[in-house]
Design a protein around this ligand. Structure first.
Ligand code: ADP
Length: 240
């Protein structure tokens, strides 16, 4: 897995669903090797922002750039081919396929067949699930399925990885193991990680920097310890 060194930036993103303005003028950057947390109350626009940053949704206004290259208008496959991979809040593994096959499909979707087996095994190994390669994905524990999802993203050899609630449903031990793996992805491989999670303890422990959304707007940005003391952030969380 060879990351390049490009930063992702979003400029003045707006997303309208009919009359609802779900995201209002959000700008952010994600650098290689950085772990950035995206937090905020339910419905504040976190998933919508992640969807725009990964080509799942086209922004109503604004731009998404990888270094100086425009990604706006591209689909999620084109984002993945440029090194931006993601997981979803709900698990999307093919339950009738083996764990290996699930990850292989992802490896093949962004690169040609050469080296796909190696990329697949490397991704499974990174996530500590290589020993489960021949199991049906549907037979895995919940935590292992979540790891399988991240392995699928890693098989695309991303330089940037977006995770939507990666620890949802995991127990504390599984969450701690996941944190260790994510930290290694950022430090060993230089992967930039953008992560949405409700577990603020996880966010505080793992993230180098945090962005807070409320009602579609970016209301705070900075170190986790500083951001959570800001009155606007406290009010946003207490107001719900
Ligand atoms: P979060 O991830 O912070 O919980 P979302 O990004 O899922 O927030 O949602 C932000 C707002 O946009 C919410 O009001 C939600 O109901 C609305 N929304 C999200 N996706 C859609 C959609 N596809 N169509 C209409 N409204 C949507």
């Amino acid at each position: 897995i060879a990351p390049d060194t490009k930063s992702l930036s979003a400029e003045n993103l707006v997303m309208c669903f009919g009359g609802l303005v779900a995201v209002k003028d959000v700008s952010l950057t994600l650098k290689p090797g950085e772990i950035l947390g995206l937090i905020g109350p339910n419905g504040s626009g976190k998933t919508t922002v992640m969807n725009m940053l990964s080509g799942v949704l086209q922004p109503t206004e604004g731009k998404v750039l990888l270094a100086k290259d425009q990604l706006t208008g591209m689909n999620s496959r084109q984002f993945a081919q440029r090194g931006i991979a993601r997981t979803f809040q709900n698990i999307r593994l093919f339950t009738d396929l083996s764990v290996y096959q699930n990850v292989l499909v992802a490896a093949l979707s962004t690169h040609d067949g050469e080296g796909a087996d190696i990329r697949t095994k490397a991704a499974l190994s990174r996530m500590n699930i290589l020993h489960l390669a021949t199991e049906d994905a549907g037979n895995l524990s919940y935590g292992d399925q979540r790891r399988g999802e991240i392995a699928r993203a890693l098989a695309c050899q991303p330089s940037l990885l977006f995770l939507d609630e990666p620890a949802a449903g995991m127990n504390r031990e599984e969450t701690d193991q996941l944190m260790e793996i994510l930290r290694q992805l950022s430090t060993d491989l230089g992967i930039g990680i953008l992560m949405v999670d409700h577990d603020l303890k996880l966010i505080n422990q793992l993230c180098d920097r945090v962005i807070v959304l409320n009602e579609g707007r970016l209301i705070a940005e900075g170190l986790p310890d500083e951001v959570r003391k800001e009155p606007a952030v406290i009010e946003a969380y207490l107001g719900k």
